[in-house]
Ligand binder design. Structure first.
Ligand code: NAD
Length: 496
């Protein structure tokens, strides 16, 4: 099947002639081909979205809310189907894909409260006979550029809120697992969203650069790797757009000697190997403080027992990685770690799954005695590889985290409230878990890292999402009842 763009409420090939293969990572087979947009296709989508903005931005809050609630119901009704599409194209196991859909659904539910979220403020009688009030208006056409690792959830971090705020949306999903975008587009239409409000343009760098340069795009939300996030932030800012660009990560989990090591080991394995480590909030560096180094054996033992297999098999706990190139790169980094002096405590390099020999599987891998100079520590591996670094005390662990260029998520395992507080206050990281290894904020908070994990000021979804997709107006008004009440003066206006 050839996956087409969704523009103006219908699938279309536009002017696209280039195509990319979309694999089924569990088998290695090509599942579909996806069209790669030309600049003219992006231009068409932006023009259609701009035309739709005229009416959509004027639609009432209750009309928008009705559609959002219907969309929520439709996603809920089709959650299994959507999870299956995600699992087939991404490779993650079905229960994990279902979790991704659930977390996206929660953002839709948050957006259903848009009348409350867009309430402005009003100051009666700010000056004699003068009232001041403020409210927020949508920006126009906004674009979302998203990564492969959450093909349903990450776009849902963006479009439900952007659309609820009165914007129209152009999504450029990852070309590696593009099917969920078209599936969701049809559900928006069935929910009653007017054609042209939500559009999908498939593509690669060509499409992205066309979005960044297009004068009709008011704002860009990006989630992906740090080098691309940096590029997006620079180019979109130079073109005068509002931009939020979330980048990559190296998430540390610190295990203090007073932690329950069995609990920590269970959660480290879940966090490092769930979704084959292809989560921007996965723990990829475990920092064992002092005697907590005993956790290495516990983790290695559990890692060896993780059931690796195709995502659709209910017995599987971990699926393949996204492409053959990703598998090769991850295995190369593990070997590099070994050459640079790491001890391989669990080795997933030669794992194969019977019946799925063509699949892109890499087994759970634990590298012990990693140091901060090694490539496995410095690079975001984005695979099922946990590096263990040893530290003398908690402050050394905090310094290590703060010296790392990324600042997305971090976690601490401890039984001490005082240690937790010191850690939480000391780390330069945006999202922190205390005995919680993947601290992805709920939909009514906002998601965003620090340092090289976020370019631009704005985290994504939650209240910050509403602020990002709107701009404020402050109105100062007077309705003079008598001529005397409107005395004019040449001096700068001050309150009376
Ligand atoms: P990626 O940066 O390769 O791709 C992301 C998007 O950018 C895709 O739509 C892709 O088509 C486009 N793109 C790729 N190269 C480009 C280029 N040179 N110029 C313009 N556009 C380009 O990321 P990925 O491999 O799809 O996803 C994995 C990365 O995303 C990891 O680094 C992960 O940490 C990060 N991520 C971050 C978060 C977060 O919230 N911070 C969430 C999920 C994933």
């Amino acid at each position: 099947m050839i996956l087409e763009h969704w523009i103006g409420g219908r699938f279309t090939g536009g002017d696209s002639t280039r195509r990319a293969p979309v694999h089924q990572p569990a088998t290695g087979e090509v599942r579909h081909e996806v069209l790669l947009a030309e600049r003219s296709d992006v231009d068409t989508a932006v023009r259609v979205a701009a035309a739709a903005f005229r009416d959509w931005s004027q639609s009432s809050l209750s009309a928008r809310t009705t559609i959002l609630f219907r969309f929520r119901e439709l996603i809920n009704a089709h959650r299994t189907e959507l999870a299956e599409i995600v699992s087939d194209e991404h490779g993650k196991v079905l229960s994990d894909a279902a979790g991704e859909v659930q977390r996206g659904l929660e953002v839709i539910e948050f957006a259903c409260g848009i009348p409350q979220l867009l309430k402005g403020s009003f100051s009666d009688q700010a000056s004699a006979g003068v009232d001041v009030f403020s409210y927020r208006e949508p920006l126009g056409v906004v674009a979302g550029i998203t990564p492969f690792n959450f093909p349903a959830m990450v776009p849902m971090w963006m479009h439900p809120i952007a659309i609820a705020c009165g914007n129209t949306f152009v999504l450029k999903p990852s070309e590696r697992d593009p099917s969920p975008a078209g599936f969701v587009a049809r559900l928006w239409q069935r929910a009653g969203l007017p054609d042209g409000v939500f559009n999908v343009v498939h593509g690669d760098r060509e499409a992205v650069d066309a979005i960044l340069a297009h004068p009709g795009v008011a704002a860009v939300s990006f989630v992906g790797s740090t080098p691309v996030a940096r590029h997006i932030h620079r180019e979109a800012s130079a073109a005068g757009k509002r931009v939020q660009a979330l980048g990559g990560a190296k998430n540390h989990a610190v295990i203090l000697p007073d932690a329950d090591l069995d609990f920590a080991a269970e959660h480290l394995v879940a966090s490092a190997f769930g979704s084959a480590g292809e989560r921007c909030m996965a723990v990829s560096a475990a920092v064992a403080v002092g005697s907590a180094a005993a956790v290495v054996d516990l983790v290695a033992e559990r890692a060896a027992k993780v059931r690796v297999g195709p995502g659709r098999d209910p017995a599987s706990e971990m699926g393949p990685v996204i492409t053959a190139a990703a598998k090769q790169r991850i295995e190369g980094l593990i070997s590099m770690g070994e050459r640079q002096g790491a001890a391989v405590a669990a080795d997933g390099r030669r794992d194969t799954v019977p019946g799925y020999e063509g699949g892109f599987f890499v087994g759970p891998t634990v590298l012990d005695r990693v140091t901060t100079g090694m490539d496995v520590y410095r690079e975001e591996i984005f695979g099922p590889v946990l590096s263990v670094i040893r530290a003398g005390d908690a402050d050394e662990a905090i310094n290590m985290i703060n010296n790392n260029p990324y600042g997305n998520g971090t976690a601490l395992f401890t039984s001490s409230g005082a240690a937790a507080r010191r850690f939480q206050r000391g780390v330069h990281v945006g999202m922190i878990g205390i005995n919680v290894p993947i601290p992805v904020p709920m939909a009514y908070y906002s998601f965003g890292g620090w340092k090289d994990s976020l370019f631009g000021q704005s985290p994504i979804y939650g209240p910050e999402g509403v602020a990002f997709y709107t701009r404020s107006k402050v109105i100062t008004q007077r309705w003079p009842e008598t001529a005397a009440a409107s005395e004019a003066s040449l001096h700068f206006p001050t309150a009376r």
